[in-house]
Design a protein around this ligand. Structure first.
Ligand code: DGJ
Length: 748
């Protein structure tokens, strides 16, 4: 719903949130409110507007009034215009900075948003989403700026983006154009972000904000292992399940900046967008540029509550309709089973075992093409290695299909190896400067995806393989970041080199578009050396992403916990792997490996032929059970009751609750055995319906939702020196998954 008062105050609201903005005394756009739904009248909004500026020592916007932007909440601030905080927009002409003064012109409302594969953007039906577009004009500079705000039915989310058009007769340079800025007038906040590195992605980090700036960013050409574009502000005293939290996420996979700035009057500004470093966009007369979208989310139920908000939104308005509410196949991936040592014979034995335990998709990972016996060669030459597959990958795919499984194949489309045919034929297709040295990583270079000819070539190669081998699932990997960014193509085109990083991403999205247009049923799993590109841009095309190269169950607890604050469970591709774990050398029980992996899209990645008969029987049971129960993963609400970054570091507790609250899955993990702990442990289940009685599947006991909420679910006994026969949890790396099923309503 949109309420407009006097073409001056705009209030977007639904049952979950309100977002209000207004035209400031200087004609620019000011921010009024974002948060819990308010049914404010015009007088209420006017009351908030009337607070005015009370800050001394500020520069004034004009000689004839006291108005200043220094402490005014704005929608899209420009630095240096009586506001000295970081701005969202910076424009120049030649060597000269411009200070645009965008004045309100008019507004319009659009219904529905089409899904368009050209660039990742949120979408929805006509009755699901309305977009308020406010057009602002700088008449002196002849620039037009359209601010878009999409409000979605029943979602605690506002999606923002901007389009700027050059209506002058001279080119201007966009030096900075972020996707969103949010000025929060009151409150002390902590800045929450997901940081890490390879094999340790998305660890929850919390910084107390003081006057100054907290910034996270990626300048690697990918959203990165090191930082993630999902950030949040949590109010003082908010915790995992309580208190106000404001989230921001960028629908983009390249360089980004996200920051929170607190000024001298304790006002907080949060911003997100394409990183301005190494970004310039040349806007010739009549040209337009649109920013990626930013998703602003809100919860009054802490960070886990914000995760639920993000999940509901992404499921419906980011993930491709084809994969909404549809089971994802359980994959057996060859990587940790065989690495580069692939032979048709070996894979066929593995395939037989996979079929026997109920695997649904057999995926051949790296090593099937060129002469790829290690990670130093053949990228760019997507033709079968006949040494490994004498009858071609097509023949092996037929075998997989004959066994009734889907066939999956690994590609690393954006990369090229030094000795490849591709690089010999097209030395100028590589990202590298025309002068000076350049670096190599994992023995490979990055292809210049800013060049449409490169994208077309890679697409044609992939298309030939996917078509011939009837590939059902592609794992799209990306194993290095960009260094010495320089596009030979942009040089030829006489475009600014600072357009490269964004044009590179546009090339990546273009390849996705070509593939999914040609093969609409293809499931493409995103991957970047593990979780180096886990973002909404990739999720728009790839409904699931490989979470991390670290497949150790205990390491995964914190990685999955952090990831779930911004993304749905089913977006996480989780594989059960061998022990000792290949990254950590840790030995964890098979049950724990599975129990962690089942909180997501389940797969396996180990040599099944090395398992004992009882282990294989267990795997078969796990798969059978997962197949029956998996809708809960993509339909239910995930809640983190205890998480590694909060409170007790030794235990983790998660629930998934079905929309009707009739089914609750409880996952409990204790990392190190704790014999001195309490003899009886209860875990409160806040999502239980107090008017329902639940059967605890494992024991058959029946208990009311009221007891589950107030006292809790009795956790299985941990061995503590006595009662060994009854102890379910023993030793380190314990886990239990408990199903609660509604049996009847409690009568009052
Ligand atoms: C990195 C990925 O994350 C792994 O799963 C695997 O596909 C390797 N690359 C293959 O080179």
């Amino acid at each position: 719903m949109l309420d407009v008062y006097d073409n001056r105050i705009f209030h977007l609201h639904n049952d979950q949130i309100s977002y209000a903005l207004h035209v400031l005394p200087n004609g620019q756009l000011g921010h009024l409110y974002f948060g819990a739904p308010m049914h404010g009248s015009q007088a209420d909004w006017q009351y908030l507007i009337d607070s005015g500026s009370k800050s001394g020592g500020t520069a004034k916007f004009s000689a004839d009034s006291d108005f200043t932007l220094a402490d005014t909440a704005q929608e899209y601030p420009v630095w240096g215009t009586t506001d000295y905080r970081q701005g969202a927009l910076a424009i120049s002409q030649g060597q000269t900075p411009l200070y645009p003064d965008f004045q309100y012109d008019h507004y319009q409302v659009l219904r529905g948003k089409k899904r368009d594969l050209g660039f990742p953007r949120t979408f929805g039906e006509d009755d699901e989403v309305e977009t308020l577009q406010i057009t602002l004009v700088d008449h002196v500079l002849a620039l037009r700026l359209v601010q878009s705000y999409s409000l979605f039915q029943d979602q605690a989310v506002i999606v923002r983006s901007q389009t700027i058009t050059n209506e002058s007769d001279q080119a201007v340079m966009l030096d900075r154009m972020l996707s969103s800025s949010l000025d929060l007038p009151q409150g002390q906040f902590e800045f929450v972000h997901l940081s890490g590195t390879w094999a340790r992605e998305r660890q929850v980090k919390t910084q107390n904000l003081v006057q100054g700036r907290a910034v996270i960013e990626s300048l690697r050409g990918a959203s990165s292992h090191q930082q993630n574009p999902f950030v949040a502000l949590q109010r003082d005293h908010a915790d995992l399940n309580h208190g106000e939290v404001f989230g921001m996420n960028l629908v983009y996979s390249g360089n980004f900046i996200a920051e929170a700035e607190v000024n001298e009057w304790a006002q907080t500004r949060m911003m997100i967008g394409i990183h301005p470093t190494s970004f310039t966009w040349k806007l010739a007369p009549t040209d337009s540029f649109s920013t990626p979208e930013a998703v602003l989310s809100y919860s009054d139920q802490g960070l886990s509550g914000l995760g639920t908000v993000n999940t509901r939104f992404i499921r419906r308005h980011i993930i491709a309709p084809r994969w909404q509410n549809r089971p994802r196949p359980i994959v057996l991936n060859s990587w940790e089973a065989a690495y580069f040592d692939l032979t048709e014979e070996k894979l066929t034995t593995l395939l037989n075992a996979a079929e026997e335990v109920g695997i649904e998709c057999f995926a051949v990972d790296d090593g099937w093409f060129g002469q790829r016996d290690d990670d130093r060669s053949s990228l760019g030459d997507w033709v079968t290695d006949k040494k490994k597959f004498p009858q071609g990958i097509k023949r092996f795919s037929e075998t997989v299909h004959d066994h009734g499984l889907l066939f999956g194949l690994w590609f690393e489309p954006e990369m090229v190896s030094p000795g490849s045919q591709l690089i010999k034929a097209h030395p100028d297709w590589v990202v590298r400067p025309d002068k000076g040295r350049y670096s190599i990583a994992r023995g490979q270079y990055v292809l210049d995806f800013a060049n449409p000819a490169v994208v077309a070539n890679v697409f044609n190669q992939m298309k030939a393989v996917i078509q011939a081998a009837r590939v059902d699932y592609v794992k799209w990997d990306m194993n290095r970041n960009i260094t010495e960014a320089f596009s030979p193509y942009l040089q030829q085109q006489d475009r600014p080199q600072n357009e490269f990083f964004h044009r590179y991403m546009m090339g990546v999205y273009q390849l996705y578009q070509l593939l999914l247009t040609e093969f609409p049923d293809l499931l493409i799993e995103g991957c970047a050396g593990g979780g180096g590109r886990f973002d909404l841009g990739i999720l728009y095309y790839s409904p699931q992403i490989w979470v991390s190269d670290n497949s150790d169950a205990i390491a995964r607890l914190s990685i999955q916990s952090g990831t779930a604050l911004g993304y749905p469970l089913e977006a996480m591709s989780n594989h059960v792997t061998a022990v000792p774990n290949h990254q950590m050398q840790r030995i964890t029980p098979l049950a724990t490996r599975y129990n962690v992996a089942q909180f997501g899209t389940l797969g396996y990645e180990l040599d099944l032929t090395k398992l004992t008969a009882p282990e294989l029987a267990t795997v078969k049971k796990q798969i059978t059970w997962y197949k029956q129960q998996r809708p809960l993963v993509w339909q239910g609400a995930f809640q983190q009751l205890q998480a590694p970054a909060f409170g007790d570091k030794n235990t983790v507790a998660w629930t998934i609750t079905s929309p009707d609250q009739e089914h609750i899955r409880v996952g409990f993990f204790r990392i190190l055995a704790d014999v001195a702990g309490r003899s009886v442990d209860f875990l409160k289940i806040p999502s239980a319906d107090p008017t329902t009685q639940y059967c605890i599947d494992e024991t058959g006991s029946v208990v009311s939702g009221d007891v589950l909420r107030r006292v809790g679910l009795r956790l299985p006994y941990q061995f503590n020196g006595a009662n060994q026969t009854e102890a379910v949890l023993q030793g380190d790396f314990q886990s239990a998954v408990i199903e609660l099923t509604a049996v009847k309503k409690v009568s009052n």
